[in-house]
Design a protein around this ligand. Structure first.
Ligand SMILES: [Zn+2]
Length: 89
C-alpha cells in the first residue's frame, strides 16, 4: 500500500516534478524559466513555439531576435506575456 506524502510544486506552473523538500523546490523556483525574475524565453511575451507541420521543422522563435535554437535567460528584450496579449487585443 503506497504512503501518502506531502509535496511541493513550482508556483510558476512550469510542469517540473514535485519535491518533498520545500527548500529544494524554492531552489528550483529561483532558476525556473517561468519565473519572471529570470527573464527567460519561455515566459516571454515574444516567445513562440512553432510545432512542426511535417514539411518544416518546428522550433523556438522570438519576434525580436534569431534564437538559433538556443533559449535565453536574462534577456534585455524580455516582456511579460500579458503585454503581447494586450497588443493583440
Ligand atoms: Zn518551475
Amino acid at each position: 500500500m503506497p504512503r501518502l506524502v506531502r509535496a511541493w510544486a513550482c508556483q510558476f506552473r512550469c510542469g517540473y516534478k514535485v519535491q518533498t523538500s520545500k527548500v529544494r523546490m524554492k531552489e528550483h523556483e529561483d532558476w525556473c524559466y517561468m519565473n519572471p525574475v529570470n527573464r527567460a524565453c519561455k515566459s516571454c511575451g515574444r516567445y513562440l513555439l512553432q510545432e512542426s507541420d511535417g514539411s518544416e521543422p518546428g522550433g523556438s522563435y522570438c519576434d525580436e531576435d534569431n534564437l538559433g535554437g538556443k533559449l535565453r535567460q536574462d534577456c534585455e528584450k524580455w516582456i511579460p506575456e500579458s503585454e503581447t496579449e494586450a497588443e493583440n487585443a
